[in-house]
Design a protein around this ligand. Sequence first.
Ligand code: AP5
Ligand code: MG
Length: 373
Amino acid sequence: MSVIKIRDKQFKVSIPEAEIKTRIKALAAQISKDMEGKNPLFLGVLNGSFIFAADLMREMTIPCEVSFVKLASYQGTISTGKVQEVIGLNEDLTGRTVIIVEDIVDTGRTMKQMMESLGTRRPASLHICTLFVKPSKLEEPIDIDYAAFSIPDDFILGYGLDYDQAGRYLKDVYTIVESKENSMKNIVIFGAPGSGKGTQSDKMIEKYGLNHISTGDVLRSEIKKGTELGMTAKGFIDNGQLIPDDLMVSILASVYDSFGREHKGVIFDGFPRTIPQAEALKQMLNERGDSVAAMIELDVPEDELMKRLILRGQQSGRADDNEETIKKRLVVYHSQTQPLIEWYKKEGVHYHIDGLGELDRIFADICAVIDSI
Ligand code: AP5
Ligand code: MG
């Protein structure tokens, strides 16, 4: 899931292009069936409906025509309030089957006025076809013959819809992301060995005051102390293998609980690494009324990972940073850990970040995600 900034606001995809296309195809099939032999005239309402009208028209299977109108607002009498006038209509509507094509219907007031205005031009019939309708906002009892999507009362843009004229070009439809100040932000920082999880975690801790669990650090400290867990872990780590899930999961809850209930959130670095670990984490957080707000994937090409780790091995002497073990760690990553990307996509919290390049640019991308959740 990617977050984008349009003017001063953040947006995330809510309806992907493919889904929009599928719905429009179905709508066009229905209209083609209902309007057979009537040569309907589509009347697109500019600017918002121009993409929808174009796509709808191209999915029609019966002869039809298209034209566009604009609405001009002016102040009417006290009783009529603001009035929307239809301008730019050159066609004679007498006896025609007319379908108004709108991007979004919310209160229905504009549509009602349009129906009244066009009704005076004696069409054979008048219909409404809208890409979106917000049922919870409808104030006027209008008949909407065709609606591709019923949506909640959120601000949306893309696919012709704008935010202050911006964003109409976007292929998908986006919803505004309200930032939830002060709520707990549990974040999984994810990536292959050497992708920068630890490096970026330090910056996140400093900026956001988050707590941090690095299972690798926990294990290395246990090894140093010579504990039983450390002794068990050493064999696996030195061989580039993962520590068994049950052992990892058992230490997780106690570290998480050690932060208390009032924390701002925890960065999980190097955990989960397998699907059973992701399921265990979900359950552990669920039991506490918490959840993972974002899984941030740092995507770095393999040759760069190798370069970084070999360099670190020379500088810090980390036992598993030698070419042979790094290769094994990468194999384990691909086979056991990478499937988590799809797992978190299904959870709806996956965010992809290009992890190659300047530290500060990568961090800025991470901040954009954190600020949006
Ligand atoms: P762990 O300690 O988690 O290691 P890892 O996943 O292999 O990742 P690294 O810590 O090596 O890399 P990183 O992504 O943190 O990158 P870093 O910021 O350091 O785990 C070690 C072992 O413990 C595992 O192999 C396993 O055996 C065991 N284990 C741990 N968790 C487990 C679990 N949940 N289940 C089972 N077993 C588990 O950066 C790397 C280097 O690159 C640094 O030198 C850094 O300075 C540099 N660098 C960072 N960003 C950039 C950049 N943008 N450009 C250039 N250089 C950069
Ligand atoms: Mg690390």
